[in-house]
Design a protein. Sequence first.
Length: 1016
Amino acid sequence: MLFEPSLATDVLVCKTSQGLSGSKTRLQLGQGAGYPSVILLEMVTHLLWSFASASHVWESICVPEERTLLVVCWTLPWQPPVTMGIPVFILAGLLVHFVFLVSIFDIYFSSPLVHGMTPQQTPLPPPAKRLVLFVADGLRADSLYELDSNNTSHAPYLRGILENSGSWGISHTRVPTESRPGHVALIAGFYEDVSAVAKGWKENPVEFDSVFNESKYTWSWGSPDILPMFAKGASGDHVYTFCYTAESEDFGAQDASKLDTWVFDHVKSFFNSSRSNQTLFSALNEEKVVLFLHLLGIDTNGHAHRPNSREYKENIRKVDEGVKEIASMLESFYGNDGKTAFILTSDHGMTDWGSHGAGHPSETLTPLIVWGAGVNYPQKVTSQFFEDNFLKEWKLENLKRLDVNQADIAPLMASLIGVPFPLNSVGTLPLEYLNNSAHFKAESMFTNAVQVLEQFKVKMNQKKATTLSFLFTPFKPLSDSEQISFLKKTRLYIQQQKYDEAVSLCKTLINLALEGLSYYHTYDRLFLGLSIAMGFVGWTTYVILVIVKTHTNLTKTVQSSNKESTVLLYSFTFVGMMITFFLLIQTCPWTYYIYCLLPVPVWYAVMRELHVIQNLAANLWSLPISQSLGFILISIVGIEILVFSFFYRSTLTVGLLVFAGWPVITQLWVQAKTTTSIWTVLCALLAVFPLMPVVGREPNIPLVIAAGLLTLLISGFSLASSCKSENKYRNNEDMKVHFYQMLSIALSTYVVSNTHNSLKNKQGLPVFNQVISWTTLVSSSVLPLLSPTFLFPRLFSILLSLMATYLLLSTGYEALFPLVLSGLMFVWIHMEQEALQHYGLSLKPKLAVFNFAYATDITQFRQLHLDDIRRSFFFVFFIVTAFFGTGNIASVNSFDPASVYCFLTVFSPFMMGGLLVLKVVIPFVLVSCAFEAVQVTTQLSSKSLFLIVLVISDIMALHFFFLVKDYGSWLEIGTSISHYVLVMSLTIFMMLMNGLAQLLTTKRLELSRRTKHHAT
Ligand SMILES: [Zn+2]
Ligand SMILES: [Zn+2]
């Protein structure tokens, strides 16, 4: 035990030399408490005390040798401010949200791997001595199988094989449909978790076993992104890789199918060279040899030209020829010994618009053709049923189609060459592909079942060891006795030569073991989910309390007694310690401590404000019921519209149309006819964007050019009007900045049109264009800071700078989006002024002379009004519009590599990802800056409105937390996860953006000595 039966404490009164008095508590820990647990307890108590009452200072001293924790509570003679400071609040907020965000990766996407199993191998001799695995990266099933208009195949050799000598089917992949998880499923037989993808492509986050590792020798040729991960995971020196350099993966200028020709040529010369190298020659003639040819050309061509292009199809033809040559070369090398098995498949497919990663059928359906030693010949059938209509389309109705899950290919390969099944494989051997005796099939299936069961046993023992015995609920259908009886029965069937019975029993056992694996894998899910939800609700409540307390006059300040707060603190500390203790004895991973302990300080902070809650409740009861009900109803509808817009972009159109009618509903239009009509028109214009198809599917460069010219026109007008009116707030320096920004818009427009032209003509990206692009990108972050800090000039300058970058990243109608959006934002700032007047809250300040730099000088901020909730809701709505206005960014499919062609054409996922994120962020920055302007011009402290925004987005996040799914189709699961990630990062992002917007609007860089500022 960690603690003595009774928590030994004694309270002493002490005094310091400065006259502070306090009480000291000694916590005596039990014999079992080691040094780490004492330190941990100290950290927990420290964490709690950082939230603790302001009139006390807490101090804890840990004495590990005596296993005691001394806790001193000093009573301060003075009363510091009651709420925590803004920096602390923001830090706490960021921390809390970061934990919430990361938690779902732990809850839903923890690594499924276990270690410590015994390798399992079929005892009978295998049919093949060697296996050749071709992976045509990014090859869609239908692209390979379909016939063109005159009934010929793009891959005549492979078509011939599936018609005359091999077996075929569709291999179903899982999300994420990316190269790395695809190859891991193929070669190691398990589905890698998403977190592993996030950890990097080339590094192995975990060691895993693979068919290559189990083979005697593996030689592999292909991309440096894929091959090293299997060589690195392999034990000993028997997996050899031959890669080209990352630089040659340039898909803009040269023909990408050269990547495949490279592989074929190198394999041929490798075999040629072995004739004069005796060691290599004998190694090649060993048993259990794997040759792996990774062909990246099709994927690269698909990204660059889309799967319906001539280039993609031409590349398929090249691969087909290459496979034919390699096959015949190998047959002659091995003297037609009939001991070679061949597998051709792909790691994932590709959408019509050249992307992959999500769960669309075009991405998850990949071809599988197997032939050679030990593989079944084509089976003629009269009818076969599949839900899709492909068979007819491909004219393959009469050849048996054998579908598999991607991970089933690993046991298939292992069984063909007779190596142990990869230890973590969850695949089931697809028996119908095998041309072998019933005995062999039954034995192989038995091996498969034992191998999966091994994982189940290790996982169960792990969970059992780390769970308190009275809390452990075993997986009932597969208890120890059940397992033994299953295995015994199967052995018996095999001995009695009842092979079919043995196989079906093995299949049941495999399914049960897999079910049990996922049962133990998700064992803690409910418990962790509850903890996170508790923390969520607690944090949101706390933010609401802070708003009510500091920004409204709804509550009177009541000083809670010291005694009460001490009791509260002790009880929460006690709860925190109990949780820590509970987790300690279960030896939970360290992240669990964070998830489970986080709600404690959060709820402590809430409970300290209990009097605010009581006050608020009393206040609310005094309101008329219809009014409060109506308010709640409108809030719910508003938030639901936002949630819905994540699923259906057109919901945003509905919302924007309601916004367009807002001045009419509230009678605002009587007051300001011009402003309100512009508002209505712009709302309606913006409402068109969510109805447009997702960005990138239909590139339209002329529209981008039009957007550039329109921006030039508008800025020209603005320049002319400010010259004409002899605006005293402008001087020559400002003119220069403005002029330079116009120049960069013009340059961007030129670069976009020129680059896309040159790429079309296959001339690659001109260096001059690339230099201009990067210069524009860098300068756009600095230029706005040079412009005057008056409201509209500054906002306009931010728009011009960001627009120049956005143009470079655009490929179609989306280039117009920031223009319309910022138009609406400009009017919004005016509209909020009108609304203030409408409610009689303020006199109209002159917007034209409003200066961001002096905004913080306003000493008298007004209190929050109910209308400010509407204001905050508008902001969140505009943010969501900025996100989904031009595409569904929750889906990887929206990321079209064509939009970064002005910057780079060499495939570099992280650089491209960064640029695409920038493209998403630009509309976001525009809205954030407008919101900053709304805050300061409506005389609110910049934090109060933002707090309401936090509450709105947190309620949304909680909504999506409950919508996170781990069942249903992979598309649904993927989407639900990305929604949650998106809305959580939205909150974190908005916090950062708020800071960035403040910086962008208020800071000014002085390049030279200037004339003094004109004060308002
Ligand atoms: Zn791939
Ligand atoms: Zn790809």
